[in-house]
Each structure stands twice: as C-alpha cells, then as structure tokens.
Design a protein around this ligand. Structure first.
Ligand code: SF4
Ligand code: SF4
Length: 358
C-alpha cells in the first residue's frame, strides 16, 4: 500500500521483506499503482528464485458494490497485474456497512466469491473491515469467510474479543497497520517510549499482537527500514522476554491512570447509543491517548479525519454532541461525557491531513 513511488521502491521493500522472513504480501487495486509494482517485483523474483516466489502468500482485495461482471473483470485484472493465476486470499475490501455484507453474502459479491473459488482464482475468501463490531460479528458468523483484516491494536483493543472469537473458530486475523493506524508508533512521543522501555513502542505493539495469536501483522512498509522489527525477530533478537512484556503493559496502564485520573474512559461502550450518533468511545479513546500517553500527534491526525473518510472512519466529531445528557447515567465511571468531548475537540481539532488511500 505504501511503496508506491515506483517499481524500484517496491522491489527494495520486497527484497527486505524476504530477508526478514516475511511470507505474506497484501495489496489491493485501490492502492493506486501498488499492485502493478508488486507484480513487477514478483516477476523479477520468480525469474531469479522461483522457489522463493512460490512460498509467498498473496492477498488482494476488491471493493464491494459492483455488479458480477465488473467484479469478475476486476479480479482478472488484479491477477494479471500480479502475474499470478491465483490469489491465496481474496478479500472484500472494506466490508464497512450492512449493504457491503449483503453484497458479499447474497448479492453479486456472493456470486463473485463462489466463482473465484470454483474457478480456482482464489484459494480462500475473507474480508477487511473498518465497520462496527456488530457488523464484523455478523460477517464472522456467516461462515462465508476464512480470514479477516481488522483494526486490532495495543492502543485500540475494542475488536480484540472479535479477533479472539475468529481465531478460536479457525478464521485467520490480519492486524491492519499496527505501526501507523495503531498509533504512529514508528515516531513515538518520549513519554510513551519511557513507559514501554525496554521495548520500543512499536516492538511492544507487535509483541502484544503476536502474544494474542494474531495470524498476520501487516507492517505497511514504504521502505526497507520500516521492516527493522521483522528483521530483529527473524534474527532471534526479540525472544524470551515475557515478564518484561507484561511489566511494560502494566506500566502503560499506570501511565494512563496517572495522567487521566478520573477522566480515563474505560472503553466499555455502555454510553451508546447516542441519539446524535456521536462515537463517544472512539473520540474519548483519542483523548485517552493524547492525555494519557502523549500521543497527541496521532490523536490529532485521526480526529481530523472524522467526517472526511466516508465509511472508512467515524462520521461525527465531538461538536455533534448537543449535551442532551442521555449518555450520562449509562457510564459506569460517571464521566462528564459532554465536557470531555468538548475538551477532546479543543485539544485535537486542527487542519486536516490528506488520507493515503480509500
Ligand atoms: S450528551 Fe452528547 S454524547 Fe451524550 S448522548 Fe447526548 S448528544 Fe450524545
Ligand atoms: S460508558 Fe463511560 S467509560 Fe464506557 S466507553 Fe462510554 S464514556 Fe467510556
């Protein structure tokens, strides 16, 4: 997704990935030229080392909503760009709304997935989702999908129970972008680094997900140096520190509790639903991160994407709260939710940044 400056950049990232022991490549037509560049890099690899090419697991994703003929053509085009007769994993890209699930289970998407499997164009089918927990739960329960890509992160554990359910049922779980969407952890604030020591915050986040049994970590590399933790893992430099891991996670909790005091949002979601559709837990999670761990830059980036990324992210920011008070008696921590939402907006509202893809 990120190595899109040109074929040479993609080839360098693929080379670094292989030497770091990475065996799963995930891309999508929606990532601009990424698929074509990856196809070129894979062709070069196949020419010099067909065995290495054959061992790679390849995933791509098609956006929902198109008719069957168009979707079939998209898949053929995708395979042609990648230079592969089959995808190991074909995902519905962004199963974010109920209509997307309907498309995949009963509409043209259902026919597409059956056709792809029947023709041997995909070995298994799955989905990625930025949607609600309820929607993801329905998708997992449909028995249609063999894998899913979810936002499960050290600093966003709302979907962790869903991931655990999926894994228990043999459904693979790919963690979407732990480095970037998981908190801009490649560029941590000093107080976060202190709390995570002796681990780098990104290393801690990766370790946390691996400990949870997550099947694949999507590293989102734009350049070979983004794969440093995978290289260390491959070299066996990150083994045998389970007590230190538990201690670092404990310190993170302490840090949040000390910095936020009685304002800490426990992310229980009991305050929902809000009559004005304010995504209270998501907005207060950003406040938790900014105040609790100094992750203001990340929180600002995410907050200012609210309402600007369609169904890929939240649609209403804190200004949608009209202080009706409906949520107040539902919060087990008696948080002054409207006051905290106003504070969230004051802290985080800033000039918007460009979103990379989708
Ligand atoms: S006080 Fe604000 S956040 Fe709470 S329910 Fe009312 S509108 Fe929603
Ligand atoms: S009920 Fe309170 S603690 Fe729970 S998510 Fe809502 S605001 Fe946070």
């Amino acid at each position: 997704m990120r190595a899109v400056e040109g074929p040479r950049q993609m080839a360098a990232v693929l080379e670094a990935a292989l030497s770091a022991g990475i065996n799963h490549l995930e891309t999508a037509p929606a990532y601009g030229p990424a698929e074509a560049y990856l196809g070129q890099a894979l062709a070069a690899l196949d020419a010099r080392d067909p065995g290495a090419r054959a061992e790679l697991v390849l995933t791509s994703k098609l956006l929902p909503g198109t008719d069957l003929a168009a979707a079939q053509q998209q898949l053929r085009d995708c395979l042609a760009r990648l230079g592969s007769p089959q995808l190991d994993n074909l995902a519905v890209h962004g199963l974010n709304r109920p209509e997307h699930l309907e498309w995949a289970l009963g509409g043209p998407g259902s026919e597409l997935l059956a056709w792809a499997l029947g023709e041997g164009l995909a070995a298994q089918v799955g989905f990625s989702s930025h949607g609600s927990n309820e929607l993801i739960e329905r998708a997992l329960a449909s028995e249609r999908f063999s894998f899913c890509s979810l936002h499960v992160h050290l600093f966003d554990q709302t979907r962790l129970p869903l991931a655990r359910t999926a894994l228990a049922e043999g459904i693979g779980v790919l963690a979407i972008s732990p480095a970037d969407k998981g908190g801009r952890l490649y560029d941590p604030p000093p107080e976060l680094s202190t709390a995570c020591a002796p681990f780098h915050p990104l290393e801690l986040a990766y370790r946390f997900l691996l400990e949870e049994g997550i099947s694949t970590l999507s590293l989102g590399a734009a350049q070979p140096s983004d794969l440093i933790w995978a290289r260390c893992w491959q070299a066996g430099e990150l083994q045998g520190a389970a007590p230190a891991l538990a201690a670092a996670l404990q310190r993170l909790q302490q840090q949040a509790a000390e910095q936020l005091g009685t304002d800490l949002c426990g992310q229980c979601r009991a305050c929902l639903p809000c009559p004005n559709a304010v995504p209270i837990p998501e907005l207060l999670r950003l406040r938790n991160l900014a105040v609790g761990h100094g992750m203001e830059a990340f929180a600002q980036e995410r907050y200012n994407l609210v309402g600007r990324a369609g169904h890929w992210w939240e649609e209403h920011n804190a200004t949608t709260c009209n202080r009706c008070g409906d949520c107040l008696p539902r919060c087990p921590h008696q948080l002054p939710i409207p006051v905290l939402l106003a504070d969230t907006h004051q802290r985080l509202a800033a000039a918007p940044r460009r979103r990379l893809w989708g």
